[in-house]
Design a protein around this ligand. Structure first.
Ligand code: PLP
Length: 382
């Protein structure tokens, strides 16, 4: 793939993470729950990885439960709440959560027990909106994502957390898109945190849920007592080691990467807006992830843009991944009140830690080339 601009969907495995996975698979492939010496060494390595992840997130390692990814973590949380809350207790989630928060909350608790916190015209959950909700309801939990997967909008989760603390309501953040892209040690103040390895150079099928207290158990699966009875199933130690190594590899330079990539992303936006009159960048006025641009193209169906760009070697997306696993219409743009017609013109571009200025510029040129072919109504060459 010449130019990959779909990092919010998934990222390639970081070189250091691949090496860590191979080493862990060679040296510590034994089951960490077994009782002989080598298995004990695997168990020690697993606990060391938990400590290292705890340090990166600013939490005590005992609060970290390893899972198969963010979808499992979110389902674990809401299924656990469904078991331990009073039958009429509710939760509140933002209007722009990933389906694995929204659908999990609705499925485990029942739709009528899931309140929705609206976003403003920039796709941001305002403190006032949360305060207003808490003035009328006493949810058992508020769940607001740290960074949105489609628009890249950064939610003011530190302020929202404070509001929840004052109201004595527990706070969860799905930080799958934040972790690995921005400084994460302050996240530890949240009661619950969700993360996913493949969003930051780890492998797919690995993630974690940080719980409020070490002894809080929300087992989703019936089975063995792994993860201190909190998640049944043999721990994927090589995957976990690779995940932690990936995060350790990207975090030391993250401020520098963020500063550089923001300049490139903004230059891309400027060039696109010059090239395409009427192109709208969603939430352009809000703080956003340094890698993400969600835009409504002035013309033509988003799938046409996507397939033609793909033929030129550029990978982009149309917004969100729906429950079928295929890309669907943008949840964020819907929450902002866009028309169906506009929804069909939404495209998302998301770069990576090492995306170059030349690649961003080549993407602008590719959009221009596709535009010419679409305007001409045919596909000469593409
Ligand atoms: N939460 C957010 C914000 C995401 O962007 C994603 C992936 O797209 C998920 C959760 C699901 O992650 P996983 O693939 O680890 O289940």
């Amino acid at each position: 793939m010449a130019s990959y601009f779909d990092y919010n969907a998934t990222s390639p495995v970081h070189t250091a993470a691949r090496e860590a996975w191979l080493k862990a698979s060679d040296e510590h492939w034994q089951n960490p729950s077994s009782l002989y010496r080598e298995a004990g060494l695997t168990s020690q390595a697993l606990e060391a990885a938990r400590e290292r992840l705890g340090d990166l997130l600013g939490v005590e390692s005992e609060r970290v439960v390893f899972t198969s990814g963010a979808t499992e973590s979110n389902n674990t949380l809401f299924s656990g709440l469904a078991k331990c809350l009073e039958p009429d207790a509710c939760v509140a989630i933002s209007a722009i959560e990933h389906p694995c928060v929204r659908e999990a909350a609705r499925a485990w608790l029942g739709r009528h027990r899931v309140l929705e916190i609206p976003v403003n015209e920039n796709g941001v959950v305002e403190v006032e909106a949360l305060e207003k909700l808490l003035a009328c309801h006493q949810p058992a939990l508020v769940s607001i994502m740290a960074a949105n997967n489609e628009s890249g909008v950064l939610q003011p989760w530190q302020d929202l957390l404070k509001v929840c603390r004052q109201a004595e309501v527990r706070f969860h953040t799905d930080a799958a898109q934040w972790i690995g892209k921005l400084e994460s040690t302050a996240l530890g103040a949240c009661d619950y945190i969700t993360g996913s390895a493949h969003k930051f150079g780890g492998s797919k099928g690995v993630g974690f849920l940080v719980v409020a207290h070490a002894d809080e158990a929300f087992p989703l699966f019936h089975g063995g007592p792994q993860e201190q009875n909190r998640r049944a199933g043999t721990e994927n130690y090589p995957g976990i080691e690779a995940m932690v190594t990936a995060l350790e590899s990207v975090m030391p330079k993250i401020a520098e990467v963020a500063a550089k990539q923001t300049i490139m992303r903004d230059a891309f936006i400027e060039q696109m807006q010059t090239q395409f009159v009427g192109l709208r960048v969603i939430s352009q006025a809000a703080p956003r992830l340094w890698n993400t641009v969600l835009m409504v193209m002035p013309q033509h169906d988003n799938l046409k843009w996507l397939t033609r760009l793909s033929r030129l070697g550029f990978a982009i997306s149309t917004g969100s991944a729906c429950s079928s696993g295929k890309e669907g219409s943008s949840v964020v743009v819907q929450a902002l009140g866009a028309s169906w017609e506009e929804l069909g013109r939404v495209v998302r571009v998301s770069g990576g830690w090492e995306t170059t200025s030349a690649q961003w510029q080549a993407l602008v040129a590719a959009f221009a080339e596709v535009s010419q072919s679409l305007d001409a109504g045919g596909r000469p060459g593409i």
